[in-house]
Design a protein around this ligand. Structure first.
Ligand SMILES: [Zn+2]
Length: 615
């Protein structure tokens, strides 16, 4: 009797395993989540051959007594779901009642456990082979639980064949572990791969969640990327009256870190998003992030982030398919808007931290003193005359005082260093007729004149558009006609409304001919005709990739700016000073409107490393 029940159970488990256990990474995920549920403070994950020959997860959590150890291997046994209604608002990791028996049904499985608070001096060991319990015995195990899964899918050769290369499977495991480690900085994680310690993450004992996450991030990947804090709290708006049963308003909080402007990746791999501490995938979230970055991200690049969204569990649908991480927001649009706002505000605050607003020092185009010398030796730089008049919000005496480090006292609470545009910059020169070499107290700074100019023009143009609906333009003394091939003419016709609003005065003047009679004031093109032709070429190139007849105003504006910069003469002395000042006043100064960086910093530490002065 007992035997028959076990057999049918075994088959059911194998069927369930098809859904739960996709690959070794799903085994790791299930086991680690069990350890987290068991309040583990330390979790050790060991794999061999990409998890195909071994996955072992050991924890120091609550552990289990003999009865529970056997019970957890029964299908439908779960400590989390008491009633069917609980499914609708699971705030825990998810519904995984079938995970352990499923894993045990497709592997050589060994569970060793000892209760932390039990009276028994010894633990329990349960050995299961392909779903059949082979042995249950007492063992002298450590406190907590250790589960060993060997030869995954040994009894399902078709599934085993489906596994990818060791590297691919390891990468999946590592990705999952990264997510788990980010979501639980207070838990120590060890990851052993083919007998070698791959990671050793100490438990972070900091109460502040942002500080804890920052420390965990640093332990995981070093401090290569500049990150921006996000700490946002918003409200999902009330439902309409027709849905009175739903809550009126609901809290929506986002916290964590995002890459500073200019930090990006070619894939979404370093985009870690959690909802109620659970790693999730959601297309709306992906769009919202890109929206939030706006012009601070290059086309085809993706943000780097570790973001935690906190929301009433009743506001989301967690796909209870255990192997998937998809999630649905009931108020998707509102959630998306709030996330975009959170990212955007964080990026804007990165340039204008509220605490240092008044302390921001302006550009000081002063010749720099060699390190060690107390009084700067005055040198004349012929191309860059010294400032003759004080700059706005900077008392003039300061200009002749010895160079002092940026005031940082008010920054005590902020862990990250102030943005580049908040420290004094000293001009060194220009190389390649394009890159402005600057020096700060932190090291070397390079500014891409074109990118910087583009950003300044773009923001000016967008601001004017917001203010007057139409950007001002200057009439050409001699209107010019521009003749285009038929297809280009069709294309340009579609862009005329946007161009007109941006101050480019173009009108139809025949089938393939246009009359150009005005340009935006900042375009100082010597040959307006060539400016327009170039503009059309570039818009066409953009249009082809977007595959639409009418480009958005934003896209056209970006292109106009890029082209305006190309058409203009190279900037010289005083203009460069203004450029840096204008850049400081931008909302998003660290990238051009296409997301390319305007400034690059190489601090003294990096320089020392490159010159072999330090390791
Ligand atoms: Zn650009």
């Amino acid at each position: 009797m007992n035997r028959i029940r076990l057999l049918s159970e075994q088959v059911a488990n194998q069927i369930a395993a098809g859904e739960v256990v996709e690959r070794p990474a799903s085994v790791v995920k299930e086991l680690v989540e069990n350890s987290l549920d068991a309040q583990a403070a330390r979790i050790t994950v060991e794999i061999q051959a990409g998890g195909r020959s071994l996955v072992r997860v050991a924890d120091d959590g609550a552990g289990m007594g003999r009865d529970d150890a056997l019970l957890c291997l029964e299908r439908h046994a779960t400590s989390k779901i008491q009633r069917a209604e609980d499914l609708s608002s699971i705030a825990t990791m998810g519904f995984r009642g079938e995970a352990l028996p499923s894993i045990a049904s497709v592997s050589r499985f060994c569970l060793t456990t000892r209760e932390r608070e039990g009276d028994s001096p010894e633990g329990t060991e349960v050995v299961v082979n392909g779903g059949k319990i082979a042995a249950v015995k007492a063992s002298g195990s450590a406190l907590g639980t250790s589960i060993e899964v060997r030869q995954l899918f040994f009894n399902l050769p078709a599934r085993r064949k489906f596994l990818r290369s060791e590297e691919t499977e390891s990468a999946h495991i590592q990705h999952y572990l990264t997510l788990a480690a980010l979501a639980h900085p207070a838990v120590a994680f060890e990851f052993i791969k083919d007998g070698r310690m791959a990671w050793q993450l100490p438990a972070v004992k900091v109460n502040d969640r942002l500080a804890a996450l920052r420390e965990r991030l640093r332990a995981l990947r070093g401090a290569e990327d500049k990150l921006v804090d996000v700490d946002f709290s918003g409200v999902l708006p009330a439902y309409g009256q027709e849905e009175e049963t739903k809550p009126a308003e609901s809290r929506f909080a986002v916290w964590g870190f995002i890459g500073a402007p200019g930090v990006s990746r070619a894939t979404r791999e370093e985009q870690h998003v959690f909802v109620n501490r659970r790693p999730v995938e959601n297309r709306g979230v992906n769009y919202a992030l890109l929206e939030g970055y706006h012009t601070a991200l290059m086309k085809g690049r993706y943000p780097v982030c570790s973001l935690f969204i906190e929301i009433d569990p009743a506001e989301v649908d967690v796909n209870i398919h255990p192997a998937k991480r998809e999630i649905k927001f009931h108020r998707e649009k509102a959630a998306r808007q709030l996330l975009t706002q959170a990212v955007r505000e964080a990026l804007l605050a990165f340039h204008n931290p509220p605490m240092v607003k008044t302390a921001a020092p302006p550009l000081r185009l002063e010749p720099s003193a060699p390190p060690g010398e107390t009084a700067p030796v005055p040198m004349e730089l012929p191309e860059f005359p010294k400032l003759s008049k004080p700059l706005a919000n900077w008392p003039s005496p300061a200009l002749v005082e010895p160079i002092a480090p940026a005031p940082v006292t008010s920054l005590a609470k902020v862990e990250s260093p102030p943005g580049l545009l908040h420290v004094p910059l000293r001009l060194v020169g220009v190389i390649g007729r394009l890159y402005v070499v600057l020096e700060s107290d932190r090291g070397l700074v390079l500014l891409d004149q074109h990118a910087a100019h583009e950003r300044v023009l773009f923001e000016q143009m967008m601001r004017r558009l917001e203010e007057n609906a139409v950007a001002p333009s200057q009439r050409l003394l001699l209107p010019e006609t521009v003749e285009l091939p038929a297809r280009d003419a069709d294309f340009l016709r579609g862009q005329l409304p946007a161009l007109t609003r941006l101050g480019v005065g173009l009108s139809e003047f025949g089938e393939r001919t246009f009359l150009l009679d005005a340009l935006p004031p900042f375009v100082r093109a010597r040959e307006p005709r060539r400016f327009v032709m170039g503009l059309v070429d570039e818009l066409k190139a953009v249009g082809q990739s977007v595959n639409t007849l009418r480009l958005g105003e934003l896209v056209v504006a970006k292109t106009v700016c890029r082209h305006a910069v190309k058409a203009n003469d190279l900037l010289a002395g005083p203009e460069l000073e203004n450029l840096v000042e204008d850049l400081r006043r931008c909302a998003m100064p660290y990238t051009c409107p296409h997301g390319r960086p305007t400034l690059i910093e190489m601090n003294f530490r990096e320089l020392e490393r490159k010159f072999g002065r330090s390791q």
